[in-house]
Design a protein around this ligand. Structure first.
Ligand SMILES: Cc1cc2nc3c(=O)[nH]c(=O)nc-3n(C[C@H](O)[C@H](O)[C@H](O)COP(=O)(O)O)c2cc1C
Length: 166
């Protein structure tokens, strides 16, 4: 069984989440390709897709939206899991985005799950304009990603796929 993990990441933190998901799925004996959203040419040889994007100004990154628009028909034929990485902070991560709104570019594709992971903000990675913006909204700075939660989510995908094939 072959899985494509598709990711859109501007500053690399969502890409690292995708790498951990791919590694966990490989540990569970699945064959996994990790591909950037803008480099996906086709999904024909894949049995499932795990697709994630960083969130900027309340939306997925443009390359994630393009991928979702372009591959709607193919994604409707196979199991799909979505993740977004965005909210920041430790106690009550903000902002709280609506998963359905984020995934609007997928149209009628029914994902098995859409998990929102807490993200990472490092001022050193940002453009000048981004730095001004995050300072203006007083976004929490730091790496808030929860690797235990991320691995557990990937593990639950593996369990579902295995159960479906028995
Ligand atoms: C300029 C800017 C705008 C952001 N806007 C949002 C937002 O609207 N909603 C959200 O949940 N996270 C927002 N974030 C947080 C990012 O989604 C978070 O830092 C994420 O981990 C970045 O992923 P990446 O490193 O893969 O690009 C924003 C971050 C920056 C720098």
């Amino acid at each position: 069984m072959k899985i494509m993990v598709v990711v859109a990441s501007k500053h690399g933190s969502t890409r690292e989440i995708a790498e951990v998901i791919a590694a966990e799925l490989r540990l569970q004996k699945f064959s996994v390709d990790l591909v950037e959203a803008e480099h996906v040419n086709g999904l024909a040889e894949y049995n499932a897709v795990v697709f994630g994007s960083g969130v900027y100004a309340g939306n997925w990154l443009p390359e994630a939206v393009n991928f979702a628009n372009h591959f709607q028909k193919e994604l409707a034929q196979i199991p799909v899991w979505l993740f977004s990485s965005g909210p920041l902070g430790r106690e009550k991560p903000q902002p709280q985005e609506d998963p359905d709104k984020l995934a609007a570019s997928l149209g009628d594709v029914k994902a098995r799950d859409h998990h929102i992971f807490v993200g990472k903000l490092d001022l050193a990675d940002l453009t000048f304009a981004e730095r001004m913006l995050v300072k203006a909204v007083r976004a929490p700075i730091g790496d808030f990603r929860n690797w235990t939660e991320i691995r557990a989510w990937a593990h639950s995908i593996a369990s579902e796929l295995r159960a479906a094939n028995h």
